[in-house]
Design a protein around this ligand. Sequence first.
Ligand code: AMP
Ligand code: GLY
Length: 420
Amino acid sequence: MDILVIGSGGREHALVRKLKESPKTDTIYCCPGNGGIAADAECVNIRAVDIPLVVGFAAQHNVGLVVVAPDDPLAMGMVDALEKEGIPAFGPTAAAAAIESSKVFSKNLMKKYGIPTADYQVFDDPAKALAYIEEKNTFPTVIKADGLALGKGVIIAPDLEAAREGIRTIMEDKVFGKSGEKVVVEEFLTGPEVSVLAFADGEHVVPMVSSMDHKRVNDNDQGPNTGGMGTIAPNPHYTPEVAQRCMEEIFLPTMAAMKAEGRPFKGCLYFGLMITPAGPKVIEYNSRFGDPEAQVVLPLLDTDLVDVMMACREGTLDKLEIRWKKGAAACVVMASGGYPGKYTTGLPIHGLDSHGQREGVTVYHAGTRMGDEGLVTSGGRVLGVTALGDTLEEALDKAYAGVAGITFEGAHYRKDIGRR
Ligand code: AMP
Ligand code: GLY
């Protein structure tokens, strides 16, 4: 069958690569894709949020499966629109994607169904939010914009002044637009963070290999938050005991809760967890694969991804055995100078072959395009240099050896991925 992947980042490149391994796959299209994805898929110049054009393209080309990877088209109902036209799609409906697109919805869901998470209050009035923070007088405190905010809608305020500033930025200056009409103010939790992506079919949930993101831009978790500067899988903090507790206290109850709310979740459900002294708690849900988590999790999958995605859609995950490769994976993101702030694009990338690859590693392209004389940068996160190994150490050594051979002006990357 022909498959269409929606999106343009490193996550989408990893999805394309994995789907290509399936004997069931003929042509893979990607809307809109990027310079590196173009070596593996037929890129089509349609924006990832253009629902009518995507539906039209999929119908016209008789696409057998559309994989909707990014959060905004999911929240906008792209899967609903595709399925309505009889086009099979992987991903949650807009109603189910609310688990990510509204923090107020997800926090209220967890409270109603007793799923462990940070204590919180919801506010639509900045004065009331501040009065609550003042009265609580416990710092740091965490302020989250209700809606999607490119991963930047979370403020950890070390004191009252910072909290005041945070509330003003989100609710009065409205830097995230409508996403900041409501805020969640919540308790600050501590402990190691674990990402667990899970396949979900509305009823059953099958966790993938665990992973660890590195969100801050600089080594030792310094500097501002980014979309993610690197990942490893599996996550050493995710012991079998923790995994069992997560399954019983978080994964199964979340699936049941979504079903009970009339929003059964199908697709990839991402659990952002913190292993606190009181046990695992949910920091956030995402309604999609993480980026760059997908870049380390998918290469370790040993079962045909087309079969898994179809089972998610059809509600038959319980009939499929999903296997994982032994060993570990590591991904080091190379970013543009200035990212996550301002950066320039169009800079030539050296050290890749004509397919955008480098021997010994897999390079997932996040922000590249084909220039007149080869690949150039086109985004903040540019490349995800990824390697597998029998051990985490080996995977990291290989990934960093790959990074050492790639250059572009201003490139920066973290030197401490997987060292925590
Ligand atoms: P999010 O965008 O919700 O993943 O939040 C970004 C980062 O903020 C998370 O990865 C955590 O490191 C941190 N964070 C979010 N909520 C909390 C919390 N309640 N306590 C401590 N850290 C938090
Ligand atoms: N890497 C975190 C995310 O995709 O949200």
